[in-house]
Design a protein around this ligand. Structure first.
Ligand SMILES: Cc1ncc(COP(=O)(O)O)c(C=O)c1O
Length: 444
C-alpha cells in the first residue's frame, strides 16, 4: 500500500467524516503545496484565507520555533509579552480599543456576541440581527447567527435571539429592529455566502441605523480581514467604524488564534470572570500573530493584495466575456469569486487535477483566495488553468446538450411510431431508454 493510500485508509477509518478530502498534502512553501506523491499545486485557497503570507513563511516559522523553545504556554493568570504587544498592534490597526484572544473564528464570534449581550444586559437587549447568506462558525450561537438554514439542519432548536435580515437590504434590517435588539452583525464580503460584497450604501446605512437606535455594529472579519481585500480589514473600505470586530484565520498564518477587537465603547465591558479561554493569546500563538503582522507590513502585502487583485480580476473578467456559462466576477483585492450559471464543482475538480486548488462555494461560485504575496507569474499560470478548465467544462456541457437533443429526437420518433402501432412500450420505458442513452442514472 502506498503512503498516500495508507494515510487515506487510516483517516477514513478514524477521523469523523465532516469533510470529503481528496489530496494528502505534506509540504507547503509560498503559494505552492505538495502532495504525498510529489505533485505540486498552486494553492489559491490559502487554507481558506489563512495562509495570507504564503505557506511556511520563514519569518513566521522562525518566530514559532524560537518562542516554542522559550515558553509555549502559561495561563492567562499571568502577563505575557507577546499578548500585550499583539493586542496593542491589532488595536492600533483597527479600532483603538482592547482585545480578547481566543483560538478560532467561531470562538471570536462567540466572544463578539457575548460582549454585545453583556453590554445590552441591563436594558434587556440581546437580539442580534445577522444576514442571510452569512457564515459565522459552527458553535451553537454562531450557527444560529449564520443566515443559512442548511448548516443549522439537524441541530435545532437553535439558541434564541438571532434574526437574519436580507443581506444588502437596509429596509429589511430596519424593519427587524425591536426594543430587544442589541447588535447588527455583518461581513464586509460574505465568503462562504458566495463572495458577495456588502454594498456601500448598505454598510454605511447599518452604521447609521445602529447610531440611531443605540445598537452595536459588529463586523465578522474572520475571512475578509488581515489584508485580504486590499485594506487591513474589510470594513475599512467603507469609511465606517464598527463597535467591534472578530479576527482569526490569517492572524496566525496557520497557528490557531482568534481575537475580538473592541472599540472604546466596548473595551471595558468584560471584567474578570466574565469570559475566558485557556489557550487564548498564549505566547506561541501570539508569536505567530506578531510575525504575521511584521511580514504583512514589511512586504507591503495590503497594498499588494489590492494591486494583484485588480490584475487578477481584470484577467478573470476577460474569461467572463469568452464563456457562455460564466456570468461574472465578484469581490475585492484577493478575495474573488468567479460566478458560473451552474454548479462549480466540476470545474474546481478539474482545476485540482490540473494543479490549481480553488474552493467551490454557494453552489455556483469558484472562490479564489491566493496568498497576498502570490507572484504575477503564478496569477498568470492560474488564469491559464482556469481558461483551460472552463473550455473543457463548456465542451462537456455542449456534448451533454447535444446528446440530450439527440435522445429527445429519438424519443419523439419512437413515440410517433409507438402511437402509429397503437401501443408497445410505455412512455416511462421510452424515457428510461433516452436517459440511458445520455448516461443519466438514478444515482445522478
Ligand atoms: C466569516 C467567517 N466567520 C467565522 C468563521 C469560522 O471560523 P473557524 O472555522 O475558525 O471557527 C469562518 C470560517 O470559514 C468564516 O469564514
Amino acid at each position: 500500500m502506498s503512503k498516500t493510500e495508507e494515510i487515506k485508509t487510516l483517516f477514513n477509518e478514524y477521523v469523523m467524516p465532516t469533510y470529503s478530502p481528496k489530496l494528502v498534502l505534506e509540504k507547503g512553501r509560498g503559494t505552492k503545496v505538495w502532495d504525498t506523491d510529489g505533485k505540486v499545486y498552486l494553492d489559491f485557497t490559502a487554507g481558506i484565507s489563512v495562509n495570507n503570507v504564503g505557506h511556511c513563511h520563514p519569518r513566521v516559522v522562525d518566530a514559532i520555533q524560537r518562542q516554542a523553545a522559550d515558553l509555549m504556554h502559561v495561563s492567562n493568570h499571568h502577563y505575557t509579552e507577546n499578548q500585550a504587544r499583539l493586542a496593542w498592534r491589532l488595536s492600533r490597526l483597527s479600532l483603538d480599543g482592547k482585545v480578547f484572544f481566543c483560538n478560532s473564528g467561531a470562538e471570536a464570534n462567540e466572544g463578539l456576541i457575548k460582549l454585545a449581550r453583556l453590554w445590552g444586559h441591563e436594558s434587556e437587549k440581546f437580539e442580534v440581527i445577522s444576514m442571510t447568506g452569512s457564515f459565522h462558525g459552527r458553535t451553537l450561537a454562531t450557527l444560529a447567527a449564520t443566515g443559512q438554514e442548511k448548516v443549522q439542519e439537524g441541530f435545532e432548536p437553535m439558541p434564541e435571539g438571532f434574526y437574519p435580515a436580507d443581506f444588502n437590504d437596509l429596509d429589511c434590517v430596519r424593519a427587524m429592529i425591536t426594543d430587544n435588539t442589541v447588535a447588527v452583525l455583518v461581513e464586509a464580503i460574505q465568503g462562504e455566502g458566495g463572495v458577495v460584497p456588502a454594498e456601500e450604501a448598505f454598510f454605511k446605512g447599518i452604521r447609521e441605523l445602529c447610531d440611531e437606535h443605540n445598537l452595536l455594529m459588529l463586523c465578522d472579519e474572520v475571512q475578509c480581514g488581515m489584508g485580504r481585500t486590499g485594506s487591513w480589514f474589510g470594513y475599512q473600505a467603507y469609511g465606517v467604524t464598527p463597535d467591534a470586530i472578530s479576527v482569526a484565520k490569517a492572524l496566525g498564518s496557520g497557528y490557531p488564534i482568534g481575537a475580538v477587537v473592541a472599540g472604546p465603547k466596548l473595551a471595558d465591558v468584560f471584567s474578570p470572570g466574565k469570559h475566558a479561554s485557556t489557550f487564548g493569546g498564549n505566547p506561541l500563538a501570539c508569536a505567530a500573530g506578531l510575525a504575521t503582522l511584521d511580514v504583512i507590513e514589511d512586504e507591503d502585502l495590503v497594498a499588494k493584495a489590492s494591486r494583484s487583485g485588480a490584475k487578477f480580476q481584470a484577467a478573470l473578467e476577460e474569461l467572463v466575456g469568452r464563456y457562455e456559462h460564466v456570468s461574472g466576477v465578484r469581490g475585492r483585492g484577493l478575495m474573488l469569486g468567479l460566478v458560473l450559471d451552474q454548479d462549480a464543482v466540476e470545474v474546481t475538480d478539474c482545476l485540482r487535477d490540473m494543479g490549481l486548488l480553488t474552493l467551490p462555494t454557494a453552489g455556483n461560485v469558484i472562490r479564489l483566495l491566493p496568498p497576498l504575496n502570490v507572484k504575477d507569474g503564478e496569477l498568470e499560470e492560474a488564469i491559464e488553468m482556469i481558461d483551460e478548465a472552463l473550455e473543457i467544462w463548456h465542451d462537456d456541457l455542449n456534448a451533454a446538450a447535444e446528446a440530450v437533443a439527440e435522445a429527445a429526437g429519438t424519443l419523439a420518433e419512437a413515440l410517433v411510431e409507438d402511437t402509429a402501432e397503437g401501443g408497445g412500450e410505455s412512455d416511462e420505458a421510452i424515457e428510461e431508454e433516452a436517459e440511458e442513452a445520455v448516461g443519466v442514472t438514478d444515482e445522478d
